[in-house]
Design a protein around this ligand. Structure first.
Ligand code: FE
Length: 303
């Protein structure tokens, strides 16, 4: 048998989502279950307002957690728990949909710029119907650790060098970092035993221990082989920036229907039925106005 590859690369693919948002999908349904416990990473960095202003009007989620991380601009949001706010540049929102949340997410420019990412983290069977919750943090709440000269890590979730990120109650307890390397820097990140690990390039370029320095570049998704215990990065001559994420696989069956991810088709069918009947939300506020699109067609949001 040939040796397993050390890593696999996936270029992000342009996709239309929500009410007409043009974004790049780093990975998603078609890679299932390679990124377990993660389901999807969407890169919605965009230059032209017409590519994102339509946004993601009212839609449901169940059975997952989402982590929205912004670099520029903001995402204005509201949800069925009565919350409303903004995820701002450098800040993060994590949301545990659990038994069900209905929300809207509308990207807006700030000083002409808008861009961010949304990572979907699967919930294990025993937590799929937990009570929904979410938390939102601005840039100042995310610690930036200089791990060595020329290597900075913003710790969104998880831990590095004794510094724990502010996003703490994600069931899968992932490491989710935004890493910046100066030109030609070599940098090693340990991977927790039993965790999968992947990186997504956002600017510049870097290589791993292959001698090349261009394995990862903007909008390249790289997934490492199971059992990888550490990653040795070598930044290219313009430096590199990438998202690093790592988590313990759930290894459970996945039944994925758009914004709802359960274990069985029966659970999916039930979720859609409840949504149509208006019983999807288990507690508190009623289904917000505008959940359904006019013309009788139900709008399912993203994915
Ligand atoms: Fe959503």
């Amino acid at each position: 048998m040939p040796p397993l590859p050390v890593f696999r690369k996936f270029p992000a693919r342009e996709t239309i989502e929500g009410a007409g948002v043009r974004l790049h999908r780093a990975f998603g349904y078609s890679q299932l279950p390679l990124f377990d416990p993660f389901l999807m990473l969407d890169d919605f960095r965009a230059e032209r307002p017409e590519d994102y202003l339509a946004g993601f009007p009212w839609h449901p989620h169940r059975g997952i957690e989402t982590v929205t991380y912004m670099l520029d601009g903001r995402v204005e949001h509201g949800d069925s728990m009565g919350h409303a706010g903004n995820v701002t540049a450098g800040g993060v929102q994590w949301m545990t949909a659990g038994s069900g949340i209905i929300h809207q997410e509308m990207p807006k420019p700030v000083e002409g710029r808008m861009g961010g990412f949304q990572l979907w983290v699967n919930l294990p069977r025993k937590n799929k119907m937990m009570e929904p919750r979410y938390q939102e943090l601005d840039a100042s709440a995310i610690p930036e650790v200089t791990v060595q000269d020329g290597a900075k890590v913003r710790v969104i979730s998880g831990k590095i060098e004794g510094v724990t990120g502010p996003v703490r109650n994600i069931i899968a307890a992932p490491d989710f970092f935004d890493v910046t390397l100066l030109p030609e820097i070599s940098f090693t990140l340990p991977v927790r035993p039993g965790y999968m690990v992947a990186v997504y390039g956002t600017s510049g370029s870097a290589g791993f221990d292959t001698g090349r320095k261009d394995e990862i570049s903007n909008r390249t998704m790289v997934l490492f082989a199971e059992g990888t215990r550490s990653l040795d990065f070598r930044a290219g001559r313009n430096g590199a920036r990438f998202l690093y994420f790592s988590g313990k696989p759930l290894r459970e069956p996945v039944a994925w229907g758009g914004p709802i991810v359960m274990n069985t088709d029966e659970e999916l069918r039930q979720a859609f039925e409840e949504y149509q009947e208006g019983t999807f939300i288990r507690k508190r506020t009623p289904t917000p106005a505008g959940t359904r699109r006019s013309g009788g067609e139900t709008y399912w949001g993203h994915q």
